[in-house]
Design a protein around this ligand. Structure first.
Ligand code: NAI
Ligand code: MG
Length: 508
């Protein structure tokens, strides 16, 4: 059996993190109890900077999902949870935020060890965003309202009102790119609305979700309200999507699996579905933009989180007139990024998450070269590394619209740069994709900016910025980037259902 290897590798590892990885991570949370998989099987997670085994977690499958769904059903319908007032639910969510905040360093290290991202980033971005997200939805718990409806029944007085009730038992399947943040996006709103949850973290990065599970009881959540089942997508994930007693499934991940989730939901019990899938987002720089700002923004758009963002600005459109001015600045930004293990505080970019993703991104690099695109910088693992899933920031030029690298999501630090002549041309090219998650426009012309914002087919449009997020601002896809909006008030739609109540008040 794989033994955790990190103990000796990094000097600054938090003692709680060592203890957790050293044994507690071998159990998952079902009905308020820490349990092994029914099969007794475990799966190994790896430190992507060293390729060494990091931790063991339960390899849950259908039987474990069944148990978790039964626990979630019971917690939904009886016991303390349905009796908690909205205010008490809100306080529990707020307390969870406090408990996480007090352990920011610990959670940041778990993210870095499991996912590879720089510790410096996890500390100031991932974990604070998680805390903020829970606090935002703590506030919503007391504001989930129905309405009174002025109906027109002839000759009869009628009082008609709506109640917004929880959807029920929700299955939440999340990816590995922002492990704890994706858990927060899913859990915060579901709990604020009074649902119960079976959460399945990605098999590559289950540690921070399990650690969060350890804080739920202290925060005030009754047993079974949140169950955390670790395991593979094909087994545990598929069991959630096809479960006849799960009322809703929320998924973030590949478009390919999004199709499977929807089929499984349809074939089982018509459970509600919300999907946040891939992207191939256009990032459009006009000649009248602040080019320094745009170049830095274009680098951030694709290289943040090593390009492992569903909204990554992976197609960079640059107005022909300034192409030769912008590209050297972008390349300079790309080459300045310091690559190294996430636990090294000087690293600005860590390794990709897994061997699978490393191979996948490298196969796109080969495909791009083979189809005739030119590598302006980067193009593979930097020479100083002989292990670890590192890929240098890469810029492709001379890209043709039919190439694989411009059509498919790469999910790595790889951008394709394409010159354009006018707004209509770039609008058509920008929208020429099956995806529609995000887009950005860089210009000083306010009319042009808003015209493009209106006509780009994407769920988020950034103007003179990129990768801006806030718990209050809805996020989600057009086209095959999925449907349903997470964050903000909009997410309440996904986790509530409306009941209409008619009361006969007698004749006039
Ligand atoms: P994936 O879609 O297979 O995995 C995401 C989650 O879905 C994980 O929790 C996984 O266990 C689960 N899953 C996998 N197969 C499942 C199934 N049949 N039924 C239910 N759940 C299932 O993504 P993967 O394989 O890790 O990455 C492949 C590509 O997906 C990436 O290169 C990227 O293009 C895209 N992706 C997009 C993400 C996003 O944020 N939209 C996040 C992660 C990956
Ligand atoms: Mg997969």
């Amino acid at each position: 059996m794989a033994q955790p290897s990190m103990q000796s590798s990094y000097p600054g590892v938090h003692s709680e993190v060592r203890q957790f990885i050293g044994g507690r991570s071998r159990r998952m949370l079902i009905d308020g109890k820490w349990v092994e998989a029914a099969s007794g099987k475990t799966l190994t997670t790896y430190d992507p900077a060293t390729e060494e085994p990091l931790a063991e977690v339960p390899a849950g499958d259908k039987e474990d999902v069944d148990r978790a769904v039964r626990a979630a059903r019971k917690a939904l319908e009886s016991g303390a949870w349905p009796r908690m007032t909205p205010s008490e639910r809100g306080r529990a969510i707020w307390k969870l935020a406090d408990l996480i905040e007090a352990r920011t360093e610990e959670f940041a290290q778990l993210e870095t060890l499991d996912n590879g991202k720089p510790l410096a980033v996890a500390r100031v971005a991932d974990i604070p965003l998680v805390v903020d997200h829970f606090r935002y939805y703590a506030g919503w718990a007391t504001k989930v309202e129905g309405a009174t409806i002025p109906v027109s029944t002839p000759g009869q007085r009628v009082f008609t009102y709506t109640r917004r009730e929880p959807v029920g038992v929700v299955g939440q399947i999340i990816p590995w790119n922002f492990p704890l943040l994706m858990a927060a996006w899913k859990l915060g709103v579901a709990l604020a609305c009074g649902n119960t949850v079976v959460l399945k973290p990605a098999e590559q990065t289950p540690l921070s979700a399990l650690r969060l599970g350890e804080l739920l009881e202290e925060a005030g959540f009754p047993p079974g309200v949140v169950n955390i089942v670790t395991g593979y997508g094909e087994t545990a994930g598929a069991a959630i999507a096809s479960h006849p007693d799960v009322d809703k499934v929320a998924f973030t991940g590949s478009t390919e699996v999004g199709h499977l989730i929807m089929q499984a939901a349809g074939a089982s019990n018509l459970k509600r579905v919300s999907l946040e899938l891939g992207g191939k987002s256009p990032n459009i720089v006009f000649a009248d933009a602040d080019l320094d700002q745009a170049a830095a923004g274009a680098a951030n758009a694709i290289f943040f989180n090593h390009g492992q963002c569903c909204c990554a600005g992976s197609r960079l459109f640059v107005e022909q007139k300034v192409y030769d001015k912008l590209m050297p600045r972008l390349i300079e930004h790309s080459e300045k990024i310091k690559i190294g293990p996430g636990m090294d505080l000087t690293s600005e970019m860590g390794p990709l998450v897994s061997s699978e993703q490393f191979q996948r991104v490298n196969s796109f690099l080969s495909a791009g070269r083979k189809e005739g695109a030119k590598v302006a910088t980067g193009g593979g693992r930097p020479k100083q590394f002989d292990k670890g899933y590192f890929v240098a920031p890469t810029v492709f030029t001379d890209v043709k619209p039919e190439m694989k690298i411009i059509r498919e999501e790469i999910f790595g630090p790889v951008v394709c740069a394409i010159p354009f002549k006018d707004p209509d041309e770039v609008l058509a090219a920008g929208n020429d994709t099956t995806y529609g998650l995000a887009a950005a426009v860089w210009t000083r012309d306010i009319n042009k900016a808003h015209r493009l914002a209106e006509n780009l087919k994407a769920g988020t449009v950034w103007i003179n910025c990129y990768n801006m997020f806030d718990a209050a601002a809805p996020f989600g896809g057009y086209k095959q980037s999925g449907f349903g909006r997470e964050m903000g008030k909009a997410a309440l739609e996904l986790y509530t259902q409306i009941k209409t109540v008619w009361v006969d008040l007698g004749a006039y």
